[in-house]
Design a protein around this ligand. Structure first.
Ligand code: CP
Length: 303
């Protein structure tokens, strides 16, 4: 059984295959008829134990564009509230002849656990603060669209709450596989220990990082995963790590601004920056559909 559990388990050739396949689907979804019959014999369950807007909707749209049958499951309102286990829940869904499961779960490792327990293809749509592989793929695809196919030597900064971010870890694995240089920047209290062992540099100085990078990917401050002792106050965070247009203008070069969403407007980025000419935030969302179509198509056994 093939799964997508994390970028950690992929090779550069896997990434190239996903990007090339996504290029084809990008063409498809920009045509007047946006649908292909590739997965018309497949049934896919999207099971979400945690909130989502972009990931959930773009997986559903990707599945529908590929002509799969789709069912959606949210833990709230389900029999999980009566104490049904994850494995029982998924095995009951699979009994209805479901082929693939897309799962978001608050616990790191939940997708690995599920893949070891059930007979279906599992796609990790985010597991706690561990990995969010399709986000990293769509981020790298968006950078590739802007800077060309070879990311070797490109300088990408990941800025903000690294400690609680599954996007950061998947992006580090993905960008390093593609040969990009990665610098992490954020408060020391939100920086994992020994993270340099993943081949990245660490800075606590936003201005220094912005002057270094070609691309700056700003992460959401995850208030919901945060113990108060970790966090500088929001005011302190904004003063030290928030990006506004004045700061952007003081740089002597244009940099590309990214954010996986949802944005805390006025915290990580001001609206002027998030919606400005250097931002590719909505292109990231657009590319999410093509990337997820490629992942679903390839995991269904197609080349
Ligand atoms: N980027 C991302 O995962 O957004 P959602 O939580 O809305 O899916």
């Amino acid at each position: 059984q093939s799964h997508l559990l994390g970028i950690k388990y992929l090779q550069p050739s896997d990434l190239q295959l996903i990007f090339e396949t996504a290029d084809e689907f990008y063409e498809v979804i920009n045509r007047p008829i946006k649908k292909v019959p590739s997965l018309r014999d497949k049934t896919i369950a999207n099971i979400f134990f945690e909130n989502s807007t972009r990931t959930k909707l773009s997986f559903e749209l990707a599945e529908k564009r590929l002509s799969a049958d789709v069912i959606n499951f949210s833990a709230s309102g389900s029999s999980v509230a009566k104490g049904e286990t994850l494995v029982d829940t998924v095995n009951n869904i699979l009994a209805m002849k479901v082929d693939m499961v897309v799962m978001r779960h608050p616990n790191p490792g939940a997708a690995h656990f599920l893949a070891s327990q059930v007979k279906a293809t599992i796609i990790n749509a985010g597991d706690g603060a561990h990995e969010h592989p399709t986000q990293a793929l769509l981020d790298a695809y968006s950078i590739r669209q802007k800077f060309g196919k070879d990311l070797k030597g490109l300088r990408v900064a990941i800025i903000g709450d690294i400690l609680h971010s599954r996007v950061a870890l998947s992006n580090i694995f993905c960008l390093r596989l593609l040969g990009a240089e990665v610098q992490l920047c954020g408060p020391a209290t939100l920086m994992p220990r020994h993270i340099e062992s993943l081949g990245v540099t660490v800075s606590y100085d936003l201005m220094q990082t912005l002057q270094w990078c070609d691309v700056a990917n700003f992460l959401r401050v995850q208030h919901e995963r945060m113990d108060v002792k970790y966090f500088p106050s929001v005011r302190e965070y904004v003063m030290q790590y928030g990006l506004n247009s004045q700061l952007l203008e003081t740089l002597n070069k244009p940099i590309t601004i990214m954010h996986p969403g949802p944005i805390n407007r006025g915290v990580e980025l001001t609206s002027e920056v998030a919606d400005g000419a250097q931002s590719i935030i909505l292109q990231q969302v657009e590319n999410g559909v093509a990337i997820r179509m490629a992942v679903l198509y390839l995991l269904a056994g197609n080349r």
